[in-house]
Design a binder for this molecule. Structure first.
Ligand code: HEM
Length: 576
């Protein structure tokens, strides 16, 4: 394996690196299995042979050699100890031969020890692996559990998996099992069930009523929730966690968008919200299922321990909240209410046609899927955006310039301070859009996208994938590959999204998978941009966000890319 690693390091171009990464893993697995068998054989043969007198005699004949005699003497006295020493010796040789700074495919336990060692920094570890071995890596878990993984950040492979041959890469049974809390929601289903749900959801998201409501609601929540809270923080000069604020803000938005009700988690003085906390616990539980062998998390689930215990408790709490919201929504529909939120649209579908969607379980699964899809994605993106902007004041100045141009059109700006923009006015701002895309390129939430494999297939880089494999595509790692985004890949450069005519360039979109791609591309993309632009514009125009020095900023090991320790900031009123 070491030889192969060195070769990969030399050739960082995507093509050869990837092809090798795919094939290398296969031969590594083979040599590991052989080594395992050899170890077992050595131990069994030596245990069987040493007590045999003929062998003893034979060794005695060679007693000319005092070292051998001494060795034999010890062997006869402590056979188990010697056996253990031989195994240890072989293991050390194996370790020294295969040792590398990244991931190791151990005999018997596979990649599990490397995962355990690096799980706390899983995102950056995946980048280091791809930089060392190439954009596509294969790994196997312990031999006693079905756990074969293909990790890729090669845009050609990702496009193939998400778009070109999407039918061969469904979510699959294993996905459904890991995300069981989402039931039969849109995220979890494949084939016809997915098609039916997707077309219903597309209708609901694309309806003029819902789009208009989102623009209005985004402005309202910014005006009545986010801005007053930040004004207060500025007055008190207190240090606040911006991530917590944005997560509360996006939670409130998503609950209004889905159920038409304000959960007021922003305005409730930072009180804990039971539903929001349960969603966090569910996400943690699902993540831990991705980094431990299936047999292990299933055992934990059976015994009700660890993350599984927390997940089960959170699941119950979520069900209680969902049932409450759904019953209110149904009562409103019966009373003839004409709300344009997502659940109202679904209840109306239900009135029109008596199909599978008419039961509460379907509404529960759908609503929960939308909440999980919409809250953390926008909340974490906003947090990374402001952190990135604090490191790039030139970009902040350019966005402010754009915002000032828009604000000058409105004579009320001076009188109504702080000022909140209309979502419609923000749609055409090129630099703001480019800066958000660039932040989402560097900090994509969700950072990993998981698929299964239906039939054996060959990816564009030559890697063979087989049924049963877990395929993970990583937008986070892709953003950090020089061979994909160039030498300046790690820099925040909104300019890469703008063409020579000052318009948004379509070119970067060919390697931008933050919203997925193909038929399963994110349904809430437009809604996400509306909400994020409304929040960014209001915060930047009215406040200065000063990131507190000395804090450790790093991603939390999770399926969505939140900040592990939050983002501590001081807010000041902006004086223009
Ligand atoms: C920054 C914001 C967002 C990002 C980065 C994002 C990203 C993604 C990604 C990567 C997928 C998976 C695509 C796949 O399975 O291949 C997805 C799916 C989805 N997203 Fe988003 N999302 C965002 C906001 C939202 C919002 C606000 C909603 C609204 C509820 C939403 C609803 C959905 C839904 C329903 C799906 C499932 C589509 C399907 O499986 O057919 N997303 N999103």
């Amino acid at each position: 394996m070491l030889i192969e690693v060195v070769e990969e390091k030399k050739g960082m171009s995507i093509k050869p690196a990837n092809r090798k990464a795919g094939t290398n893993a296969g031969s590594e697995l083979k040599s590991n299995s052989i080594l395992t068998i050899v170890l077992i054989l050595v131990s069994s043969i030596s245990t069987l042979l040493f007590p045999v007198p003929s062998i003893k005699k034979m060794i005695e004949k060679l007693s000319l050699n005092p070292i051998l005699t001494a060795f034999h003497h010890h062997l006869m006295r402590w056979p188990e100890l010697c056996l253990a020493a031989i195994c240890l010796f072989l293991s050390i040789i194996w370790y020294l031969k295969n040792k590398n700074d990244h991931y190791m495919q151990w005999p018997i336990v596979g990649v599990l020890p490397s995962i355990i060692k690096n799980v706390h920094r899983v995102h950056d570890w995946s980048v280091e692996n791809c930089q060392a071995f190439g954009c596509t890596i294969q790994a196997k878990g312990p031999i006693f559990c079905r756990w074969e993984l293909l990790f890729t950040c090669d845009p050609r492979n990702v496009e193939y998996i998400l778009k070109t041959n999407v039918t061969n890469f469904p979510k699959g049974e294993d996905y459904l099992e890991a995300f069981d809390v989402l039931g039969d929601g849109l995220f979890n289903v494949d084939s016809e069930l997915w098609q039916i749900q997707r077309s219903m959801a597309r209708k609901a998201f694309a309806s003029n009523g819902f789009r208009g409501t989102m623009c209005r609601l985004s402005k309202k929540l910014v005006e009545e929730g986010l801005v007053p809270l930040l004004s207060n923080a500025a007055r008190e000069s207190s240090v606040v966690d911006l991530q917590d604020i944005f997560m509360r803000f996006t939670f409130d938005i998503i609950i209004i968008a889905i159920f038409g009700r304000d959960s007021k988690s922003l305005s409730a003085g930072f009180k804990d919200n039971e539903l929001a906390n349960s969603l966090d616990a569910v996400l943690d539980g699902i993540f831990s299922r991705h980094v431990s062998p299936r047999i292990w998390w299933k055992l934990c689930r059976l015994l009700g321990i660890g993350e599984e215990r927390k997940l089960a408790k959170a699941w119950k709490t979520i069900d209680i909240h969902m049932a409450h919201y759904i019953s209110l929504k149904k009562a409103e529909a019966i009373a003839g209410s004409e709300e344009a939120d997502l659940m109202a649209t679904y209840v109306n579908f239900q009135k029109e046609s008596k199909d599978f969607s008419s039961n509460d379980k379907f509404l529960r699964d759908t609503a929960l899927t939308f909440i999980l899809a919409g809250r953390d994605t926008t909340g974490t993106t906003l947090t990374w955006f402001f952190y990135t902007l604090s490191k790039n004041p030139h970009a902040e100045a350019k966005i402010l310039e754009e915002l000032k141009k828009v604000s000058r059109k409105d004579s009320n700006v001076e009188q109504n301070s702080p000022w909140v923009f209309n979502s419609e006015d923000l749609k055409s701002l090129v630099y703001l859009h480019a800066a958000l895309c660039e932040a989402m390129r560097l900090y994509p939430s969700p950072s990993l996208n998981r698929k299964g494999v239906l039939k054996e297939d060959v990816l564009p880089n030559g890697t063979v994938v087989k049924p049963g494999m877990m395929v993970i595509t990583s937008a986070y790692a892709m953003a950090r590959m020089e061979c994909v985004w160039g030498k300046d890949c790690s820099e925040f450069k909104p300019e890469r999204w703008i063409d020579e005519h000052g318009k948004l360039s379509p070119e970067p979109l060919t390697k931008f998978f933050t919203f997925g791609a193909g038929p399963r591309i994110c349904l809430g993309k437009e809604m996400g941009f509306t909400v994020m632009k409304a929040a960014v514009a209001a915060v930047l125009f009215n406040f200065q966000v000063e990131v507190i020095e000395g804090q450790t900023i790093c991603p939390k090991p999770s399926l969505v890319l939140s900040m592990k320790n939050g983002l501590m900031v001081k807010i000041k009123e902006r004086v223009s």
